[in-house]
Design a protein around this ligand. Structure first.
Ligand SMILES: C[S@@+](CC[C@H](N)C(=O)[O-])C[C@H]1O[C@@H](n2cnc3c(N)ncnc32)[C@H](O)[C@@H]1O
Length: 248
């Protein structure tokens, strides 16, 4: 059977206002989708395996963080091991509730939302690599992304991954797996009570997802200086991981 071609289509949720009831409902659906996909445990497992500095607060950036609720679950799992984290939640919409920030603070993590289009962050990284725009500073211990990279066509992705590689030592992304099994599951997502926005976007996301070593092929420059891992994860995800050599 021929592999599915990659098709990036505009997702309905991205075109809705932050306070649109359908968008709010779809973001709640996403939390159930995370549970089905095992997103929190897969992400926590990878972050726990990285050897990161313990003598100071860790600087972590999430790209396309949404309402910050997935990372909050990850924070609960990691807080015993990572007690001090300065977390920036970058998203082009302002979706993080004050209560979510208080919950991070209760774990000892300082979470700061940054309302930024990632393509501006990329442009800033290229134009002014020493600057610290919007608190999205030049260096991060770790950058993470979940259900985010698939929004972008290859040309934009290459620039985005270049900016990521210039600004951190560890990167991980969990994305939809572009496979017939995941496509079938995306058509059945109504079974978990997902609304029309989520049902439509789930199918679009799989078509825009990844397979094989597609993200590794877009990783920039000095590939020898990084260890790249990429492949299927869980039942429906595709994981890409990049660790700078010597960073552990
Ligand atoms: C499918 S949601 C995933 C949210 C979160 N990572 C999660 O897993 O719950 C994708 C997120 O990417 C954000 N997004 C899409 N395009 C963006 C862009 N160009 N810059 C910043 N954020 C963007 C959307 O606003 C949305 O919150």
């Amino acid at each position: 059977m021929k592999p599915l071609p990659r098709i990036v289509g505009a997702e309905t949720l991205d075109g809705l206002a932050e306070d649109d009831p359908d968008a709010m409902r779809s973001r709640r659906d996403l939390r159930r989708v995370h549970r089905v996909m095992g997103s929190c445990s897969m992400l926590s497992r990878i972050l726990r395996a990285w050897s990161l500095p313990r003598s100071r607060a860790l600087r972590v950036l999430e790209l396309g963080a949404g309402d910050g609720s997935l990372m909050l679950r990850v924070a609960r799992a990691l807080a015993p091991r990572w007690p001090r984290v300065e977390l920036t939640l970058l998203d082009r919409q302002a979706l993080v509730e004050p209560e979510t920030l208080r919950r991070y603070a209760g774990l000892g993590w300082t979470a700061t939302p940054s309302r930024t289009d990632v393509l501006d962050w990329v442009a800033e990284a290229g134009a002014n690599p020493g600057a610290d725009p919007d608190g999205c500073g030049p260096r991060w211990d770790a950058i993470v992304a979940n259900l985010f990279l698939h929004h972008f066509p290859e040309r934009e992705l290459a620039g985005l991954l270049r900016a990521v590689a210039a600004r951190c030592d560890h990167f991980v992304a969990f994305e939809p797996r572009r496979a017939r099994s995941a496509l079938l599951a995306s058509h059945l997502i109504g079974a978990i009570g997902a609304n029309a926005v989520t049902r439509e976007d789930a199918v679009l996301s799989v078509h825009a997802g990844f397979r094989g070593r597609e993200l590794s092929a877009l990783w920039p420059a000095d590939v020898a200086a990084w260890t790249l891992r990429e492949g299927p994860a869980g039942a429906f995800s595709h994981c890409f991981q990049a660790v700078r050599e010597g960073a552990g």
